[in-house]
Design a protein around this ligand. Structure first.
Ligand code: ADQ
Length: 470
């Protein structure tokens, strides 16, 4: 079988904290051979020309170091101050500095040059995420003819938002150099198709830009997921049970409403707290009987817009506390730190409501994990944003428009009042969907499509040819 080379911005770290993606791809790499390639996390004066191999918990990892300037322009700059906000339709939060694009390309060139000598002719290369859109172009320019796939972990933007990105034409041309482009949801494939069919904005001067030919690139939705059965086991592990006991002691009879997110403006955190405030304002009977816990560790906090979101959330939580807290009852707890997966699994299992209300999200794995961690005999209710990719899979969640905080407040009321039979019925369908869209199936489906019969020594095209003449 061909080797699989996974490429992402960061390589997975040591220890059990690794997320579902690292676990799934680790499994794929163990079965298929190959290695993971990416940035080491080290910043140096001179960029490394060659990758260093390291064994990280049995996984073969090849890493390069970046210069501080390149990393800033590539990561905090072009990737997270231009591409991330634009792809999430938050052009108001984008900051554009023209020179960042050069750093973004430089890092992609550095990755390609360091990867080239490590490649064998029938290796299959799987590139992850918006940091690395140009990587296939850079590799092809160096003569690489291997099958190369790309998976986008965030939503694909609308055409207007795409036009607001500097060098968007080059980026789309870069995308057309992949054999397969995987998106999170059908919504994203529709947005891509809208762009690819209409392309250059019509100009009054009547001179449209040269359009990009996507004729050799297959684009399809591959909804990512979690490992629901492993998560279900984790939710009854001693570490999870310890967390449940600790929370039960603190909360007594109160029902838990839980949010778990990276602190990111795409996650709709201020709107979520406002919805909770409205629940308490409109339904006095819930006061003292519910408690909201929001876990949101800071991320990308060198970027101004992230600090501002953090400040807004601090103020909102303070407002709700000031309005509703009693000497012996706090309506909410806001924790700004990350928890390990076992503790999270315990929190999910205890929560009567999983409140997952991003304004826009690729998939949202928290929704998957919440479903997987439930007790089948007494499951909680998932309140889910329509604008998360997960909404295409979890039709039996209570779907809300996260911008409409009245609607979310009403969804919270419904969830808290929902009878056990209905909770069980809904959960069964949700769990079946989580199993169908497991991360293992996702990885297998993507690789099967990228290299349909990647059997050692026989190129994919040969096999297709044999099949068609047989
Ligand atoms: P993220 O934006 O990071 O991922 P999400 O999918 O919700 O969002 O979470 C990814 C992982 O981080 C989950 O396994 C979750 O348990 C963990 N996590 C989140 N908040 C945490 C917290 N407070 N403490 C500890 N762990 C936490 C991006 C896209 C998503 C897409 C994923 C995967 O933005 O839309 O689903 O990639 O493709």
């Amino acid at each position: 079988m061909s080797r699989i080379i996974v490429v992402s911005n960061r390589t997975p770290g040591k220890g059990p904290a690794a997320g579902g993606l690292a676990v799934a791809l680790r499994k794929t790499l163990a079965e298929r051979e190959g290695f993971w390639f990416g940035w080491s996390g080290k910043l140096v004066d001179e960029p490394s020309a060659e990758a260093r191999f390291e064994d990280i918990d049995g996984l073969s990892v090849a890493q390069v170091d970046l210069t501080r300037e390149d990393h800033h322009a590539y990561y905090a700059g072009f990737s997270n101050s231009i591409l991330w906000p634009s792809f999430h339709l938050r052009l108001d939060l984008a900051t554009i500095e023209a020179h960042w694009y050069e750093g973004y390309r430089r890092v992609n060139t550095q990755f390609a040059r360091a990867l080239l000598p490590l490649l064998k002719p029938d290796d299959i290369i799987w590139v992850h995420d918006y940091h690395l859109i140009p990587l296939a172009s850079e590799l092809r320019n160096l003569g690489v003819r291997n099958r190369i796939g790309f998976y986008l972990h965030i939503p694909f933007p609308t055409t207007d938002a795409l036009y607001a990105i500097p060098h968007h034409q080059e980026l789309m041309r870069d995308l057309s150099r992949y054999d397969l482009v995987g998106m999170q949801a059908n919504r994203d494939v529709a947005a891509f198709t809208e762009f690819s069919e209409h392309q250059a904005p019509s100009t009054l001067a009547g001179s449209p830009l040269k359009s990009v030919d996507f004729g050799r690139t297959e684009v399809a939705a591959f909804p990512i997921g979690s490992d629901p059965d492993a998560f279900a086991r984790l939710a009854v592990s001693p570490a999870a049970t310890k967390m449940i006991k600790r929370m039960e002691r603190a909360m007594g009879e109160q029902e838990l409403i839980l949010g778990v997110d990276r602190l990111d403006y795409s996650k709709g955190l201020p709107q979520r707290v406002e919805a909770y405030e409205k629940l308490l304002a409109n339904n006095a009977r819930f006061r003292r009987l519910v408690h909201m816990l929001q876990v949101a560790p800071p991320s990308r906090d060198s970027i101004k817009e992230y600090q501002e979101t953090s400040d807004t959330l601090d103020a909102m939580c303070g407002r709700v506390m000031g309005r509703f807290a009693e000497p012996d009852w706090a309506p909410l707890t806001y924790v700004k730190r990350a928890y390990g997966q076992p503790s999270l699994a315990g929190l999910y299992r205890l929560a009567r409501v999983g409140l997952v209300t991003p304004l826009r999200d690729g998939m949202n794995l928290v929704a998957h994990e919440y479903v997987a961690a439930q007790n089948p005999e007494d499951p909680g209710v998932l309140v889910l944003s329509r604008f998360a990719g997960a909404a295409e899979i979890f039709e039996d969640a209570i779907l809300v428009n996260p911008f409409d905080t009245d609607e979310t407040a009403e969804a919270l009321r419904m969830a808290l009042d929902m009878p056990l039979d209905e909770r069980k019925d809904r959960w069964k369908t949700l769990m079946a969907a989580a199993r169908k869209h497991s991360v293992e199936n996702w990885s297998r489906d993507f690789l099967d499509r990228l290299a349909p019969a990647s059997i050692a020594g026989t190129g994919t095209r040969d096999i297709l040819y044999l099949a068609s003449v047989a």
